[in-house]
Design a protein around this ligand. Sequence first.
Ligand code: ACO
Length: 406
Amino acid sequence: TLDIRSLYKDFDCFTYDPGFTATASCKSNITFIDGDAGILLYRGYPIEQLAEHCDFMEVAFLLMYGELPTKQELETFCDEINRRSILDESLRSFFEGFHYDAHPMAMLVGVVGSLSAFYHSELNMKDPEHRRICATRMIGKMPTIAAATYRHSVGKPFVYPLVDLSYCENFLNMMFSRSSPNYIDPNHYIDPCAVKALNLLFILHADHEQNASTSTVRLAASTGANPYACIAAGIAALWGPAHGGANEAVLSMLTEIGTVDKIPEYIAKAKDKNDPFRLMGFGHRVYKNFDPRATIIRKTCYQVLEGCNKNDPLFELALALEEYALKDDYFIEKKLYPNVDFYSGIIYKALNIPVDMFTVMFAIARTAGWVSHWLEMMADPSTPIGRPRQLYQGPGQRNFVPIESR
Ligand code: ACO
């Protein structure tokens, strides 16, 4: 038999880091996180300041190009994004292929991946302008595709994007307008409170350095794959409940807990190592003190529920759950705090976004981050193919045994 360690003899140092807890996979100038201090910066700007002062399009521009836009630059950028928001008519047939009860994330993965079949002939990935067009096209089309997944699931006709609406207004209009493709209703009321809330959530979710979905986009792109297929790979990674799927899982969990008196029972389940249950929306790989995005979202929940004139008992329950967990030794010792997704679902629910669309909402926002990382990576021709090694644990070399002798 072969000494397995001899397989790795060529390496002076061989790191085994499952989950990449202490391994940087790339250099990046986009986002900085200090997990102990609860600091998140996009291109150097604190998330709190961007959340308070910016439009999501300004933040998307900042992530992509590295600087906040001037008024003129922002106008041009918004025009371009808007122009690219329309879908090729033949994409409709892709939606028709999905059963009405398909999860919207399943449709999103499929339809975004299919863009690679529509945009390939002009693709010259060596040309920075072509790459920039890909990125803005992806940001522009994502809300249109996202809204179409919802309209398909409820059997309603798709609504076209309108050029005179902002990014968030357009999404809400495409989701909820009673108009059909043949009848655009420009007077459809879009609640400014909902637009403001959506804008904020999109900013908070726009980027988060090398999270699982962004790393997936980078890994796929390192092979030179079609960029739309790379974004579809990122969407697939986002879907899981340990990542972007947590916002949907939090709402399901709160609904299951139901009342404040049941909280101790669920906290006990979360602490029980024989029970797979985890407190969804709690814990983070990097934040070990607090998630600054959760702090902003909790505050916004009060404003949104008041602004939309809604009293959601699940918000009261979430607050009580947080208070209870943060006094518990298990959560204190393991440094488990509410993350960005603990409260985001409460806001989406107040905006009448269906629960199974929550992760799709996350994907719309994160597209700005994904394409920015893709652009950054593609601009550096020295980027190698992403190809981790493994620690082989199987049998050593052995001889083939004919089937009759096995
Ligand atoms: N509930 C109960 N226990 C938890 C939780 C939780 N939510 N999160 C972590 N723990 C425990 C683990 O069981 C582990 O215990 P151990 O030391 O006794 O083995 C310890 O805390 C460390 O947890 P890990 O899973 O090793 O931490 P990791 O950094 O790998 O995972 C993650 C982070 C995936 C976010 C985890 O905290 C989790 O599953 N949270 C719930 C899902 C969630 O909210 N995900 C969204 C994250 S934010 C985002 O992606 C947008």
